[in-house]
Design a protein around this ligand. Sequence first.
Ligand code: HEC
Length: 172
Amino acid sequence: MLAASVPVATAQPPSTRTQETFGLGRAATTAEIEALDIDVRPDGWGLPPGRGNAADGAPVWERTCQVCHGPEGKGGTAAPVVGRAPNGRPPTVGNFWPYATTLYDYINRAMPRNAPGTLTPDQVYGVVAWILVRNEIIPNDAEMNAETLPQVVMPARAQFVPDDRRGGREVR
Ligand code: HEC
């Protein structure tokens, strides 16, 4: 039924241009690519300039995060970001995440859930520090930036073993 109502494109004569681009779109600009190129890797590659400690992060937490995650980072409607259950359940930042840099990547990319992408680098470093301090992973006044964050050793780091098996398919 749906197919009958969809207009059918009339065939275009082939040209070099349609062969290269299928006659659609245009090349992305550098600015457009940079806006999407936000991944931060475990070793810190991709972290932007900026800085923040837990005191900087506290007002950001209060304004943009606590509504879902709770004032103390737990007990809200969303996943807890503070606290480690000894048996690993639920999996949390403190008992499961192997790299602190993932906090930057994830928060910058996906949080606050109702307005992702709205935080500045300083605000992200601040809430990352706030979460790490609340989990007793870094000292109270430790500043998080592109140099210090990759050096933070997460409690669950040793529970992950890089898969170095070779000889089969790389992706299993
Ligand atoms: C509108 C609600 C909402 C707001 C506001 C929000 N979050 Fe979240 N957050 C969520 C939900 C829901 C999840 C679980 C995501 C999922 O289920 O995959 C989550 C997951 C997370 C996680 C991963 C937890 C885990 O262990 O999987 C972190 C870290 C996090 N949020 C940090 C933040 C920070 C920092 C802010 C403020 C800048 C924030 N969130 C604001 C709803 C929210």
